[in-house]
Design a binder for this molecule. Structure first.
Ligand code: HEM
Length: 146
């Protein structure tokens, strides 16, 4: 994997803006995809206890935090070539007993949600930039969990 380029950072930044521009709808898309693949997520996220409720502000707030953290990974990759996660992110995910397969579920749902959010602006490079940023942040969180 080569260095993370300015162009890749720009692809992530512009699609992050598109994601936030329709946050409510995009967070519904995201958590529906998560629940399809991982019904157990219902018991992990307090705001999913009654399924996906578009009117629950906690759901959108969480999606914004999660996608924003991956966007931050893109910025870190571009500026310092590596990603470090806050210690708190390690402890939150230890507490919730998050597993490796769940990281793959979240990645797939995130990439599909970005694809929907950007519509005809989607392309493989954009997808790969998000995937690279996600993989780096996932590795940093797992390191913080170890
Ligand atoms: C790169 C991947 C991930 C990122 C960037 C991420 C990001 C975050 C962030 C920013 C928080 C909030 C921490 C806070 O409140 O300060 C959080 C909490 C949490 N994350 Fe993750 N996460 C990731 C992967 C996962 C995975 C794979 C799962 C399991 C399905 C998961 C489950 C949770 C849960 C259950 C919480 C607590 C939510 C609550 O407050 O109810 N996360 N995550």
């Amino acid at each position: 994997m080569g260095a993370f380029t300015e162009q890749q950072e720009e692809l992530v930044n512009s699609s992050w803006e598109a994601f936030k521009g329709n946050l409510s709808q995009n967070s519904v898309t995201f958590f529906k995809l998560v629940l399809e693949k991982e019904p157990g997520a219902k018991d992990l996220f307090s705001f999913l206890a009654n399924g996906v409720d578009p009117n629950n502000p906690k759901m959108a707030a969480h999606a914004e935090k999660l996608f924003g953290t991956v966007r931050d990974a893109a910025v870190q990759l571009k500026t310092k070539g590596e990603v470090v996660a806050e210690a708190k992110l390690g402890s939150v995910h230890i507490e919730k007993k998050v597993t490796d397969p769940q990281f793959a579920v979240i990645k797939e749902a995130l990439l599909k949600t970005i694809k929907e959010a950007v519509g005809d602006k989607w392309n493989q490079e954009l997808n790969d930039a998000w995937e690279q940023a996600y993989n780096a942040m996932a590795a940093a969180i797992k390191k913080a969990m170890a």
